[in-house]
Design a protein. Structure first.
Lengths: 174, 174, 174, 174, 174, 174, 174, 174
């Protein structure tokens, strides 16, 4: 991958990696050059600010940030850059992630964070949204995303056939 | 405004207009050409599908969709286009909008909706995210967004001065 | 089962099958001919629309749809058919299924979805509601449903006896 | 209206009438003969049981029940009849109606209640679901429901035009 | 235990027994004669009504009812008796028991259910409340309850000592 | 009212009086001698403890306690008496009273609080539960409660007739 | 007030002033020198960071921060200072403030925010906690706080007397 | 540790110890002398009151209290002392700890409890807040806390490097 890094995948702790890998896989599949960072809005605020305020100049186009609990990471990054910031709320053991979700989503007017659903699906969708954004000015990605969408539909059709087979003889004629 | 329409602001009902006007104002302020549509995922599904599947070809770049309750509009549009879709959950009278929020946000892996906070702030942020996305390939918008961010900071400073004045004589030396 | 297929059991993913099998078993028990489909409101929207808009003509009477998260499947089907649509919210790992529940239930005026409780009990009840609806014009089903209701009552009585036995000697004279 | 009463609209208190009137209007519009009853699962349990257990014999086909708080009315009626029962959770002042919603929806396996969304939209949809159920064996209602669905779509189109007009000159070319 | 049965412990299903045994144990410990019943508000409504309306005449003083989901059992029993009814909301797998809790608690004015906390602690407390009620007219129980309260306090003191010991050498002088 | 005070209605603040008056009215209606107290678990803890620990000796039989927010009043009283304590969670402006509700209800095993629903209905039911408890050993109250229950049923029947009249001519034959 | 400023009352917007004035009044009553600031974690992040990281050197001892929605202000300040930070979650129109509450409270291990209840009571308590902290090393404040606590208890006693008077003649002997 | 005990770590039950040990470890690490107590607001109210009202005289400076469910412990202690009280809401099996959280946090104006997040992180932060408070008048602790903050930042940097290494070869250049 010789092309320029355009997406950053940032997470509040290395314990978020198992979730954020769902984003990383998608970016790799689409051949998008990305970097990953562990940065904490609360434990390394200056590093985080330095990263965010320098991101555009370093050529980044989109920042994906995953954090849990009082999840300030995406918002703090959004406060220091004009790049689109995509937030992934981490599931949390106890409050089920509703804390992460509301802390990421309910941003004040003026500082948007594009919030995804909780957990792995959300991380995966964060990367796909990054692809959609980059595809606006990159024809090849646009074509790739369309193929991805077709493949997804075909996947549903295959699942349908699989279910038909499994149920044959159960009284279903489906 | 002679330039090409690049953003659509779609809403499930004309009763959503008072909220979605917060998006419309931002787009107008940034000089972005946009269209508005009332389309219902449930009451006019074919019109909605036709709109969404033809959006890219018609030159749109970003779709903002606001809906309430079992808010399927953003998701249904996202299912039929490869453009980035930004969802604005409408506040609802009874469940406080948590129904709109979860129905917009919790999309399955594969079909992202960039979800904003509830209501007017969310609508405003939806337009600002659209600006951020378009600014990636339009230098002039990028500059404008930076000015907007500076003005926002200055607004906080002015609010600070206003509060200082109001509290003078109250025992605060603020 | 030579009779005509009158109920469809649709699910958003084959991973929903373990829950939706509770519906399938009930339909089989009552001798109702049904079909099962995997269809996704978001990943195969056109297949879903085609299925829903053609359902009545194909002779279906009732459609049962199970989906999770931003669960749009039942609503999207209801938007494209005049048949009664019964929604089964899937439990989800993180938000406990409240997302599925509200996304299925809070439909706008004009497009009802008959929503069941979360998970297996809900799926079972979806099939029983289908039986109740079909029984309105099919005497035999009505009789069968009454027998089912009696058997259910007898089941409670047996459970009562079982508990009495288990507690004998515990100080209960129950 | 000389035809036979086939739907009952039951409510736990006469204070529920302003919400349940949304159901009543729809039934009247479709020319369906209905009766209304105030019955309380808790304050007049025997009247409620008598009503429910005799409903089928009296020729009723569908029962719509609205109640709030620990909303047991729909479930209690469903326990004593084999007819389809549609539940409308009443909004409540304090817990926002989530109590009504869960008390109506989360029925045990074996006793379905077709639950609608909260409040007036839910009441309206309850009546529409009744129409859909009755339309399965009454051609005229089926046609009427299709016309209703078309009119609803046209209503969205008109709302769209209204919004276009209101925004003309605002910078939208929508 | 030759004395007259004064408390009934009723549950909606025999699967509730592991929770309700916490109530049973307390009643046995206090030497209170009780009976246990499996009765379902929805699946055996007539048995339930018969039980409740005859309870007082049979000499019962207090009824404890545990149920989950759309937990109508306590309310339905309360509707048919003038005896104090104590409700125990069962934890549920998915909505965490908040459905059981609100369905039991939010009774309309006129029909109280003395609601306990979720699960085993709630079941235990239901029995203790029954003891407190019966102790109002039975001196011996009153004395026993006071001893129980003292023993509970002593239990806390012992737990305190246990913790002191465990932490000795950890830097605590506690 | 020459008889001995047997019920105390305690509230955390005089601002709770409008809600707690619903309890007071019921007690007055049934001719039960009661006292009212403003006592705060947090702001007058020693007065509260003195009240609770001396309650039984002063002849009280039942204590009703209403409080809001982190509603500790009922629990704190229950910790210092062996009398039955009935808790009324006050509605709160912001969290809708769910804070009051859970703080009152989720008591640890060993210290029951008989929790009522939120607000005025809950306060009314608290008094009715007190009546039910006292009626166990006072025949006259038992008779009065039965009359109350009959009157309540008759009230529903009258509401039913009122609704019939209001809807006459609306297409309902109700 | 000639003494040194030791407390800062910071708020995210001047619209938060009506709530935060409850803190200001308490500080003024106790004669504590304070300053007030409008600072936004998202709209003026650098000003906020500068304020927080210089706070200790400027002689501040405690920082009170109020913010709403995705309320990051207290957490962002806590990340940049070693002073105790007290967070006041602002009530919000739509999600009832639960978003503010969880965003302020659920901080990661390592960066505490002393979170108060929602709104005016919370703001008032924030100032009182600041007083308690300062009182640890200032005898005069400790005495003042004790007097405050006694006055609060006396206030409850007066409220009690007020209620007694109001109810005299209502059948209460309270 | 020869120095005077200044912090108490109190918990409602010895089953809370695994959570509260996160507080104990921090205090030990900072060399702060502390004591631990098992005290129950409900099961040993008099012991609790005695502890709280005597705490200041015994030389304590800060009290940390952890409890779950209807978590009254921190509030009850705060009602009887003028020392700062820090509350740690225990996670609970069923309602996910939201009961503990609201019962600890939503204190009435006048009696602050500095509430931490749920569970172990909250317990850890409680101890760190105690350190911050004590550091206001103890230079050595202030220095130690600054070192702790630096170490925490370094920990994030190390986690970042760890993640970089793990992802090397995965297509990331991060």
């Amino acid at each position: 991958m010789a092309n320029k890094t355009v997406v950053a995948v940032v997470m509040g702790s290395d314990s978020d990696l198992p979730v954020m890998e769902s984003a990383i896989e998608v970016l790799a599949d689409f051949g998008i050059a990305f970097e990953t960072k562990v940065l904490s809005a609360h434990r390394s605020p200056e590093d985080t600010h330095r990263f965010a305020s320098g991101a555009e100049e370093r050529g980044l186009k989109v920042i994906i940030a995953g954090a849990g609990g009082a999840a300030h990471l995406a918002g703090v990054i959004a406060s220091a850059t004009t790049l689109p910031v995509i937030g992934v709320p981490m599931p949390t053991d106890r409050a089920g992630g509703i804390d992460s979700l509301l802390s990421t989503l309910q941003m004040p007017g003026g500082v948007p964070v594009a919030t995804m659903g909780l957990g792995k699906s959300g991380a995966r969708n964060a990367a796909l949204l990054a692809v959609q954004i980059l595809a606006l000015s990159e024809k090849k990605l646009n074509t790739a995303f369309k193929e991805f969408k077709d493949a997804m539909r075909d996947g549903v059709r295959e699942a349908n056939e699989k279910v038909q087979k499994r149920l044959k003889g159960d009284g279903s004629d489906g």
